[in-house]
Design a protein around this ligand. Structure first.
Ligand code: EPZ
Length: 423
């Protein structure tokens, strides 16, 4: 099991190219099943979740290989439409294979996905949408079976702009007869990247990034190439690291427009943030102060994935920083761990109030989920002495060379492997 050790006190300085997007590459890997053929993806991050997706693709009969940032896969010889529980539970994104396999094979069997424990994380919106397209959905003993002799285009309105449900509809509707109109769709940039990939593969998808997406038909292409979007949440992570530790950091390979909520929040806390052509420069030399409340919303609102990250930067900010978590019902699990450093945080339901303290003392912490674990490492950067974060693998699900990136900016962070905890 990874153990992250952080010696606090170093300022961060220098330049870092941000990894490719986890939440873009994962649905695109599932989409590579549509119509068979060969897919070449560039700009892919090396992550445990990408490994898990490639393992599922191989289980389904595809040939897949990753060489540094490039993934080459051939889904022509897909021969399986069932994903075993052991593969499904490794991440949330395994649910993307529901729509992809249904579109390719007409029938799919899998169990509920895994992923960060941020609350119940049901998939009712996914299943309701697939039924609207004409799929029969049966659930028994934790297994889900979807089948359809022929999916039929229709109008689907999502009760909530779910990212995953939006993506599953886009995948399944590629095999539907006639046009599908999806309203109240999620608008995240990763959905636009999926649309770009699907259209390169022979689909006809329009409207991603707006609340209404139209999908009509699919004429498979034998070979598809795509370069994956930069990871806006990884970028947010390194900006929050610089805000927490102080210093002067420039990020490249980033789309500044995708981070508006985060750069606004950090600017209002006292950071200097300059947006460049394909980069962002953040400087912080004066103590931070509380900014306006951080209220998480569906994109383009403030992203829930950055809530813990900005909270880590706010622990020593003068005044009281308020965080309202509207997306997940249990996304403050990092708070008790941050308190071990001496942070002063009160939680009442969906609201967390951080009263800035003058100093934090290094302490041992335990990663609770992907972004919460990253936030603990960031908090260790501005604590006196050594902190550690024990981790059952959460952080490396979403960050490519996390310790290497932080060290490149001057942080004293080491990753070492420890024996699994005794049961
Ligand atoms: C995606 O998860 C991201 N994961 C999450 O990032 C991100 O936090 C989330 O979108 C919101 O932006 C990937 O893209 C792989 P949702 P997803 O469906 O699709 C409820 C990270 O750290 N809901 O938009 O699972 C759900 O419980 C991860 O990179 C239903 O009720 O999120 C939640 O409260 C964490 N029924 C809300 O909607 C459903 O059928 C948003 O979920 C589906 C969702």
């Amino acid at each position: 099991m990874p153990l992250w050790s952080i010696a606090g006190g170093n300022e961060l300085n220098g330049s870092l190219a941000v990894q490719g997007s986890k939440n873009a590459v994962l649905p695109i890997l599932a989409a590579s099943l549509l119509g068979g053929g060969v897919t070449r993806l560039r700009g892919c991050p090396t992550l445990r979740d990408v490994d898990a997706s490639m393992e599922i693709l191989r289980h389904l009969g595809c040939s897949v290989m990753q060489n540094r940032g490039e993934i080459l896969l051939d889904s022509e010889k897909m021969c399986e439409n069932h994903i075993p529980h052991t593969l499904m539970l490794k991440m949330r994104s395994s649910v993307m294979f529901l729509g992809a396999i249904l579109a390719r094979c007409g029938e799919v069997r899998l169990s509920a996905p895994g992923g960060c424990e941020l609350g119940a994380r049901p998939i009712d919106l996914h299943l309701k949408a697939l039924e609207a397209l004409g799929a029969q959905v049966r659930q028994s003993g934790g297994e889900i079976c979807c089948s359809a002799a022929q999916l039929k285009g229709t109008h689907i309105n999502l009760d909530f702009p779910s990212v995953g449900a939006t993506e599953n509809v886009m995948l399944a509707a590629c095999a539907a007869e006639g046009e599908t109109i999806l309203t109240n769709a999620a608008r995240e940039p990763e959905i636009e990247d999926l649309q770009t990939f699907l259209n390169a593969k022979g689909a006809c998808v329009h409207g991603a990034g707006t609340p209404e997406i139209r999908i009509s038909g699919f004429a498979a292409k034998p070979f598809t190439e795509h370069t994956v979007l930069p990871d806006r949440i990884a970028a947010a992570t390194y900006l929050c690291a610089a805000a927490a530790a102080g210093g002067d950091v420039r990020l490249t390979h980033v789309r500044p427009a995708h981070l508006a909520g985060i750069t606004d929040a950090l600017r209002q806390m006292g950071c200097s943030v300059v947006l460049e052509q394909d980069g962002i420069r953040l400087r912080r030399f004066e103590p931070l102060h509380a900014g306006p409340p951080v209220v998480t919303k569906p994109y383009p609102g403030f992203p829930t994935d950055a809530q813990a990250l900005v909270m880590a930067a706010s622990l020593r900010a003068a005044g009281t920083s308020v965080f309202v978590e509207n997306i997940f019902e249990s996304r403050f699990r990092h708070v008790p761990e941050l308190r071990r450093l001496g942070a002063d945080i009160r939680v009442e339901g969906r609201v967390a109030m951080v009263s800035g303290v003058s100093a934090l003392q290094g302490a041992p912490m335990c990663a609770t989920d992907l972004r919460g674990g990253a936030a603990m490492v960031l908090a260790g950067l501005c604590a006196e002495g050594e902190s550690t974060v024990s981790d059952s693998g959460h952080i490396e699900r979403g960050y490519d060379d996390f310790d290497g990136c932080l060290r490149q900016l001057g942080a004293d962070v080491q990753r070492c492997e420890t024996a699994p905890a005794m049961e």
